[in-house]
Ligand binder design. Sequence first.
Ligand code: ATP
Length: 275
Amino acid sequence: MLEVRNVSKVYEGKIAYQALSNLSLTVPKEQFVGIMGPSGSGKTTLLNVVSTIDKPTSGQVIIDGKETNRMNKRQLALFRRRELGFVFQDFNLLQTLTVKENIIFPLTLDNVSVKEQDARVHRIAEKLGIAHILNKRTYEISGGQSQRTAIARAIIHDPKLILADEPTGNLDSKAAKDVLETLQMLNREEGATMMMVTHDPQAASYCDRVIFIKDGALYRELRKSGSRQMFSRKLWAYCPPLGGRKMNFRQFAVKNVFRNMRLYAAYFSAAHSRS
Ligand SMILES: Nc1ncnc2c1ncn2[C@@H]1O[C@H](COP(=O)(O)OP(=O)(O)OP(=O)(O)O)[C@@H](O)[C@H]1O
């Protein structure tokens, strides 16, 4: 499904910085994979390259047999809109629309009939437990419901690959658990292939496989065997020795604003490019 082949990414600047070094990985169809690693290890860079928001300096990203490096800007925008689903840390819902309007937004751009839109939105809303809030505005719903709405929007067009960047970062622990169970259910029952970046071993324990990145290279991976609780304990035990570059709160906040701006820009360019 996803193949990352010998990908390197160098950020040019006064001092060039190699954020990814010859990284290769394969994610088979229907796998739920987590990406973990210390701050500055290259997780976001990898997600940006896989989601085609950023181009690798060398190497290839192949999604469902399509080599994304060979696509032009317009093809990439359409590819993102049709084949990928994005789930952001802070939901990124449109405040003036209802829950239902937010969910069907990607379909309206593809001229899907109203009947088909209704059928899809009702099926997904039932599945995600948000059928009763479809007519509410986004300011009338909770954080967990907002993220489930965002997940519904991410899957309404049946994407090949769902990419999630810290999807529980803004949620309390109960809402986070609900959202992670929703993602896991989509993976198991709908066969969705997913890649989730997270700092949280508890969140990562919902994945089938967790890949650790350090200094822009694959460091190690752990696969789930046995219960989620056992996997969670393994991940907790494994995380502290990875260390990492420490950031103060201000650096962290600035970095996350920047990261989300880049993701929004890509999402909206995908959303607004018509076929
Ligand atoms: N646009 C950029 N220009 C220059 N350097 C960058 C750029 N974006 C990221 N970097 C550097 O590349 C490295 C990897 O950054 P990246 O954001 O991928 O790490 P991360 O693992 O996602 O970190 P975090 O967990 O803190 O979000 C870092 O050292 C970072 O400073």
